[in-house]
Design a protein around this ligand. Sequence first.
Ligand code: AMP
Length: 432
Amino acid sequence: MSFKTLNLAPEILRAIQDAGYKEPTKIQMKSIPHVLKKEHVLATAQTGTGKTAAFVLPILNHLILNKKKVKGPRILIISPTRELANQITDSIKTYSRYLKIFSVTITGGMSYQLQNKVLSKPVDILIATPGRLLDLHKQRKIKFNDTEIMVLDEADKMLDMGFVPDIRKIFNATNKKQQMLMFSATLDQEVSKIAEEFLKTPTKISIEPEALGHSNIEQSLYYVDNQSHKMNLLHHFLSQDNVNQAIIFTATKRLADKLSDDLYHKDIKASSLHGDMTQNSRTRTINRFKKNGIKVLVATDLASRGIDVKHITHVINYDLPRFAEDYVHRIGRTGRADKNGYAISLVNEIDKEHLKKIERFTKLKINIKTVEGMEPTKITAEVFKKKRGRSGKKRPFIKSTKNFKNSANAQKRMKSKNKKNNQSTTAKSAKE
Ligand code: AMP
């Protein structure tokens, strides 16, 4: 199917062609016709699937067909994070390059002076994070009477971040005749509840679950014994020739800073990205990363959505995320636009519950691997023992994992080498 069959204006088709897109992605094929028909749409789609264009393209088409002189904003796009808001803004710029569209981005961390200035002109599209937008509305610096389309992007994340009350206040101030579009990575009860509240008999769209698995991303996990084992593996992965650019995810801001400092001192161009940094320095860092001035970005989950850098070959989960959805978002930073990517997770004992949640959510068993000479010691053996279950029978997951067996053999080697009591106990279980 080509973009031409979607009934988009020639100016938009030209911009799509410039962007190098050959055909619409699944979410675009399924959503665009409904958005063009002015239906309310509830779409379940992961990041990396082309979901931004799925709402931006028909929105631009609407603006072309319906020229109006109002103060605006005519289109209101709400994003949970500043990074995602900036990414949406970039996409709008790309797709509207042959149009006269005035779009404005309002996020926390931006100077009020600048925001007041940009809002003094009529606004076609406003992309915003909820907190700052509501502040401006309370100060009567902005009104929402002219909204024609409102988009809630990554609604599940907004829920997680506690933004629903703010969004409700914003929504209550908007034009009730507007078309509502809601995008979410997941569609659980909570998301369905807010969809019911904000959308009128929406058309529900979901892309095939296979997309959850990110088939162009090779996912693997490595069991680790401790932090220094993690660090050694990390250095091993980063020294491989196939690493172009990488994002490493850590659980805390402090660890992100520490890791990036460590890497920097080992002559790897690394930088951290987290919520304690000012918006300016976050944007600067992302821009340097985009321009390949940084090889490794060490980030917290703040960056798991909204970073769209085409040449990221590796995502490394130094720590696993707390929420399974975040795993999908994190690994979606690589394999962008159908390129291949690698997602590596370093997993220790305390991560096992998170791992189970991730595997349930993605409906995938992540391949367990080891690096020769850097096999885990006690952890592998313990996990191996537990995965057998009470009957003592191996589960197929373990049976089929060749590398895992190899690491059990590594246990045996370790046992005879070290002859330490605790190791011999765990190694024995691994052998059973
Ligand atoms: P998103 O899911 O919106 O974050 O988009 C993921 C990536 O896919 C971005 O880098 C887009 O530029 C790219 N993209 C979006 N639509 C297409 C398409 N039809 N063909 C190729 N790449 C696309």
